[in-house]
Design a protein around this ligand. Sequence first.
Ligand SMILES: [Zn+2]
Ligand SMILES: [Zn+2]
Length: 785
Amino acid sequence: MFTNEKEKLRLKFREEWEKYYNIKFLKDQGFKRKICSKCGKGFWTLETEREHCPDQPCQFYEFLGNPPTSKRFNYIQSWKVIEDFFKKNGHASVRRYPIVCRWRPDLFFTIASIIDFQRLGKEGVTFQFPANPLIIPQFCLRFNDIPNVGITGRHYSCFCMVGQHSIYDGTQGYWKDRCIELDFRLLSRSFGIPEEEIIFVEDLWVGPGAFGPSMEYFVRGLEIGNAVFTEFKSINSNVEPMKEKVIDMGAGLNRFAWITQGTPTSYDVTFEPILRYLRKKTGIKYDYEFFLKYSKLAGSLNMDEVKNLKKMKEAIATQLNVTVDLLEKNIKPLEAMYTICDHTMGLTFAIADGLLPSNVGGGYNLRVILRRALSFIDDFRWDIDLVDICDLHAKHLRPICPELSEHINEIQKILDIEKKRFHNTKLRTKNIVESIVQKGEEINDEALIKLYDSEGITPELVKDHVPDLKIPSDFYARVTEKHMEEKKPILLETIDVSGLPPTEILVYDDPKKMEFQAKVLKIIEDKYVVLDKTYFYPEGGGQKSDIGFIGGLPVSDAQKVGDVVIHRIIGKLEEDKVVDCRINEYRRNILKKQHTGTHIVNIAARQVLGNHIWQHGAEKTVEKSRLDITHYDTLSEEEVKNIENKANEIINKKIPVKIEVLPRDEAEKKYGFRIYQGGVVPEDELRIVSIGNIDHEACGGIHCENTNEVEFITILKTKRIQDGIVRIEFTVGPVALKNLKEREALLKETAKLLKVKEEKVPEAVMQLFENWKAKRKELRKLKRK
Ligand SMILES: [Zn+2]
Ligand SMILES: [Zn+2]
């Protein structure tokens, strides 16, 4: 929906407010609806005198140094208060979902609590709630506000969104009245905010395919939460009410603590113990009173909205009776500290949830915040280690996310390597920048982006060598935005199968059936056959298709186009005839072993290397398989050997491979999001392949029934193919045997040439090498003479 359409909708909702915002509970409490004298928005208040809404710029923060409550709550306590309140009111408290959003093909990261429960299926967005109603402390990552992080006092890239959700269909769940009642009671009774201080502002929310009115709630100018009532579906400009309406209330956890403490920034409450540590470690003085005055004046500071930041700072400096330089000197280190706190929190969650900083996909965004944090530390020459800060985050957040601490060793390993890479980049920067300057080329925004993308050089590093360089304030927002585009599902169908019924795919029903009869429904472009049913496995999940014969003609490929399977043949067939079909059994069996082997190598790699191992891609052919895994370094020989041994151990343990078809929600609940190793499957029912109880994956391939059918696995080679991705090439069973035999033959040949026994080959080669070295030395000596 375009902005002007949203504006139209806003006006419609405002005009027909009785239909959308008429909340009985508010009326019963004595709230009056008013129209803001400044901006025209509708709002609900108990204050009879009030004429303007509490939102900026109609009102600024009035709680800084002046909180409305007598009780003070810290970050963790605030969650406990919220959780207790909602549990007492019939909500299930649900553990956070991963911050790395593996269940959505269009997102790298979880950007709001409602994302946890949305699935993209063939019919668009559907909801999948583990309980109704529920409450969840969902940690989120967003990269669109990066220039504001650490500066405005309220912007984050990583934050905890308290999600209050309910599905309402008239019989179960609750709707607007109950939602607002709960939020009002939470603020007034549990947090002790005076009732007349709570103001509700009418707004609306428009998302892809759905929209609805919303009520934001404010206290002393601070927006605490936003209750969205998703009740309309819009498909191709047709609007209809949803059968199951959704309560989507989201509130920043930090806001609850902040409103009760009135600290200069919300970072003071969110990162309280970490900031204490950083101040001690850096010796930075925190002049609370000065900063409070500054924060009050800078309350409206937003890089997007404030075009002339310099003028703004000048005005603030004048009011505080200091020079701009002195102001900056006081403020900058604190802003850097806040940013470091935010970025390390994001890194802690993302790495714990299995993502690595890299140059691809979401890993790109992680490296941006990592390098940004390192740049700040270097700029101020602070003696701080990021891992220590991650550890403090994990400890601080333990009551909400006890699992973070388990991953500190992994975080340490990954950050250490990343730090080395960053410092290597730093060393190279001087030469690269100097050569650009010598060529007389201008370092504009575009050049900065290119330097970052191709060399990993941050603008801060460039500035070390080009002091008067202007860094665009939205630099990091721009580079990350570009990369967020990458995760988009691509399905390009060029073969026309319109009008054809879905092919009955029977390979799963009877994977052993190699011969069958079927009717030819259609021949497309003289080379594709569509049958009414097929036992051919169409290529999918990285597994190549079966080959064989249809009506005596060779089949070289089978592919799925929508619900229709097309078989590629060489020769001519007639439509409407029943034909004999045969599948190449040898190939199928090898592919089955290769495929099952891929699952096994993936498990082995995870057991040897750590929890951050995810399948990035896979391909299984008859000759060999390749598995691309997420890992931060090249594999050592020892690691490769350990993976191979582990894989063969799994084979020798004769573990049964079980297939079950489960509804998506049940599968996720039972096995977690690790099932999405091969990416998201857009089905309501998932085919889960389990190897004993050590691994569970949603997978559509053909597998062995027991790991021992794979016989054994040989790793052929491994290679770091790109930043953060390692490729393992391996082969299984009879192919591996053939491979070993070839190697053996090669060894025999070598032994024969060296005239030694096979086990003496390494020794003989060493001897040969030593001889050669000695001869070379001699030769050099002679030459010098
Ligand atoms: Zn207003
Ligand atoms: Zn599989």
